[in-house]
Write a protein that binds this ligand. Structure first.
Ligand code: CP3
Length: 352
């Protein structure tokens, strides 16, 4: 297996900067849209292990990438706990009955019971792992408890997530009850992905950046750390990366937790990010996804700039600062990948 992605996270020597792309399997690829068109419902596609494996491999076939990610979604967990979930085109995920109070949280299925409904995700991991033939590692994932709670309480995506943040201040213990329940199931869920063949894990904290500096450790980071510690006890060899979108300012406290890697969005320079983590974790990031709308030359330039900013001692995985946009031209992605190969060759640089 080409283990460079794992090597960076596990602090082993490596010769080129590994790269993968958040949301690399998705609508920007015509071959994804073709498979997707066979299913009316997105979750129906997630339940089909062969379709999941096929689309997970599409970006790997097209580009020279160092990791594959399981094709699924973070909202599989709330659905398995009994919430009705629809993906509405143009609007994204919608829960028909968002959580409103303690009673609705108590009514959610218990972690062990909900896990019984998530067998299809482990199947997707197994099928994808077999299809990859051990060429590159497979990343399993879940959402952070805070990010799942955001959708479960608000009912859908939002700019402000007012209902969620209202609960945080008006009924904090109710919110903590939900976060604890989500952390418990996330432990079992990630463990099941490892048992099915995942080589590394990623926790997506897409909405952690909504929190204040005081509340981020209490409502998001501590729960991610709690999940990660459980995984580290059982599977010490499996690296775990936390990605808090908007969390660049908190990288120092993230690096002090049990994770092996931290994802970085484009609001902070790689240089400043590396100074904050002081060598404690590997960094992943952080090209602005909108840079892929630019000319080939501007993409090459943007990639080069990231490598120039990076502190040379930082362990580093190239990625976008957030998921790739659905209307990006796949040829532009190729330009980015080739630029990473050109500027990220470490053995060549040290020979100069
Ligand atoms: O290659 C991959 O990364 C694909 C696997 C994957 C998906 N979702 C597939 C998907 C992963 C890792 C996710 C994570 C995810 N899902 C996150 C965290 C990462 C992030 O981007 O912040 C979040 C917040 C979600 C929730 C979600 N799922 C939203 C908001 C949406 C609708 C908007 C959108 O981005 O499309 C989805 C649907 C979804 N998940 C699609 C895909 C390919 C598009 C659905 C379709 O094809 O109809």
């Amino acid at each position: 297996m080409r283990t460079t992605y794992l090597d960076v996270l596990q602090n082993k020597p490596y010769t080129h900067t590994p790269l993968w792309i958040m949301r690399q399997a998705g609508r920007y690829l015509p071959e994804y849209r073709q498979v997707r068109s066979k299913f009316t419902d997105f979750m129906e596609m997630c339940r089909n292990a062969d379709a999941c494996a096929e689309v997970a491999l599409q970006p790997i076939t097209r580009y020279d990438l160092d990791a594959s990610i399981v094709f699924s979604d973070i909202l599989t967990i709330p659905e398995a706990m009994g919430m009705d979930l629809q993906f509405i085109s143009g609007q994204g995920p919608v829960f028909s009955s968002p959580l409103q109070d303690k009673q609705s949280i108590c009514n959610l299925l218990a972690p062990e019971e909900a896990m019984g409904k998530l067998e299809y995700v482990a199947n997707a991991v197994r099928t994808t792992k077999a299809a990859l033939q051990d060429k590159i590692p497979l990343i399993g994932f879940c959402g952070s408890p805070w990010t799942l709670a955001a959708y479960m309480i608000e009912g859908h995506g939002s700019k402000q997530f007012t209902k969620l943040r209202k609960m945080m201040y008006s009924a904090p213990s109710t919110l903590h009850l939900l976060l604890e329940k989500l952390a418990e199931i996330s432990k079992l869920y990630l463990a099941s992905q490892i048992q099915a063949g995942a080589n590394a894990l990623m926790i997506f904290d897409t909405w952690g950046g909504l929190l204040s500096a005081q509340n981020y450790p209490l409502f998001s980071l501590q729960y991610m750390d709690n999940i990660c510690q459980y995984i580290k006890e059982k599977y010490p060899h499996i690296p775990v990366t936390f990605f808090t979108k908007g969390g660049g300012i908190w990288l120092k406290s993230i690096a002090e937790k049990s994770c092996d890697g931290a994802g970085v969005d484009w609001s902070i320079s790689m240089h400043d990010a590396a100074l904050k983590i002081d060598g404690k974790v590997a960094l992943q990031g952080n090209l602005d996804p909108a840079a892929l709308y630019g000319s080939n030359q501007s993409i090459q330039e943007a990639v080069k700039q990231i490598f120039q900013q990076k502190v040379p001692t930082a362990r580093y995985i190239f990625n976008l600062g957030h998921g790739i946009y659905p209307d990006i031209d796949p040829d532009k992605v190729k330009v980015m990948v080739e630029a990473v190969r050109e500027y990220g060759n470490i053995s060549q640089k040290s020979a100069v």
